[in-house]
Design a protein around this ligand. Structure first.
Ligand SMILES: [Cu+2]
Length: 374
């Protein structure tokens, strides 16, 4: 994609940017014309299911093994530009969000299903947005067909042909990085129709699932070192871009703020429960680690046609990728789920908690001697 020089003026004029994308829109439209008659499935005959999305870290109810054949799964997301608070220090940021949360909601479908997304950009917003699904095929992942100015909506349908967990993100021409690091990203999980399988073909199932969206933020400071604040996303653009170009985030957080998944908002589980952790990072590499536990089954790069790794301590997720880890808890306690670049975890914010209830297993761990004088 060509990189367009974007001045403040053009940034604020969504129509001008949309005009610059006419060629891509036309190319995408041509592609659609070619593909539509070749569709092997009669879309009108497929059952339709409307899914109500929920805020992360929670995931909407879904089947792990699909019953019946392919269907059209309808989702709706409203884009919300909003000022959010990132930490207890009071750093604020003009986030661009899918459905009002950072990250956007997690969607679940099965391989062979069609995703039909209604994307709404209310006229209360300032910017043009779109959506690029890494899991889809063609037209910049849908980005070329979904550019919506404030006051517009669009509907995109695509077939889920590749099983895995995949990032989706906003990708407006010339401003892709800014929108992605402003929170406009999420994950979709495309499950195999017969569910997850281990290396030997054994079924891998989970009792509950959490979605952790890791986000790097680049918040400008003033000359005195205090966090700068702005009245609109457009006003923050040039300063934010300058911090982004240092490649040094001021915050690396889970679910939109330092502490968003700790304390009262901690994830929960019971001993014996199997929990799936989906971890997305749309922009930057990360290395999740569950302190005191393991990754029993890990698809670090998140693609279910590849066998999972077993018993991992830490797994690497390249930027622009989602991963899935499945773990059965064996001990009670408070587990920290972190990005094991520990500076990012404990200095910049990328840490969550899992509170696990149940009976302690002395065989797995015993305090033989409590700390006491030598
Ligand atoms: Cu956007």
């Amino acid at each position: 994609m060509p990189s367009l020089p974007v001045s403040r003026r053009t940034l604020l004029a969504g129509a001008a940017i949309a005009g610059a994308m006419t060629q891509i829109r036309q190319a995408a439209a041509e592609t659609q014309k070619v593909l539509t008659p070749a569709s092997a499935t009669d879309i009108a005959s497929l059952p339709r299911v409307k899914v109500q999305l929920v805020d992360p870290p929670f995931v909407h109810a879904h089947e792990q093994v699909a019953t019946g054949g392919p269907k059209i799964v309808e989702f709706e997301m409203t884009i919300v530009e909003k000022k959010i608070t990132l930490d207890a220090d009071g750093a604020t940021y003009w986030a661009s969000t899918f459905n009002g949360t950072v990250p956007g909601p997690l969607m679940v479908v099965h391989e062979g299903d069609y995703v039909e997304l209604t994307l709404i950009n209310p006229d209360t917003n300032e910017l043009m947005h779109n959506i690029d699904f890494h899991s889809s095929t063609g037209a910049l992942g849908g980005g070329g067909l979904t550019q919506v100015n404030p006051g517009e909506k669009t509907i995109l349908r695509w077939k889920a042909t590749k099983p895995g967990v995949f990032v989706y993100h906003c990708a407006p021409p010339g401003m892709v990085a800014w929108h992605v690091v402003s929170g406009m990203n999420g994950v979709i999980m495309v499950l195999p129709r017969d569910g997850l399988k281990g290396r030997d073909g054994e079924a891998v199932t989970y009792d509950k699932v959490y979605y952790i969206g890791e986000q790097d933020f680049y918040v400008p400071r003033d000359a005195a070192g205090a966090w700068k604040t702005y009245d609109s996303p457009g006003e923050s653009y040039e300063d934010t871009l300058a911090v982004m170009r240092t490649l040094t985030p001021t915050h690396v957080v889970f679910n939109g703020a330092v502490g968003a998944l700790t304390g009262d908002n901690a994830m929960t589980a019971k001993v014996g429960e199997t929990v799936a952790f989906i971890h997305g990072q749309a922009n930057r590499d990360t290395r999740p680690h569950l302190i005191g536990g393991h990754g029993d089954y890990v698809w670090a790069t998140g693609k279910f046609n590849n066998p999972p790794e077993r018993g991992l301590e830490t797994w690497f997720i390249p930027g622009g990728t989602a991963g899935l880890m499945v773990y059965t808890f064996e001990q009670p306690g408070i587990y920290a789920y972190v990005n094991h670049n520990l500076i990012e975890a404990f200095e910049l914010g990328a840490a969550a908690h899992v509170v696990v209830e149940g009976a302690w297993n002395d065989d797995l761990m015993t305090q033989v001697l409590a700390p006491s004088p030598i």
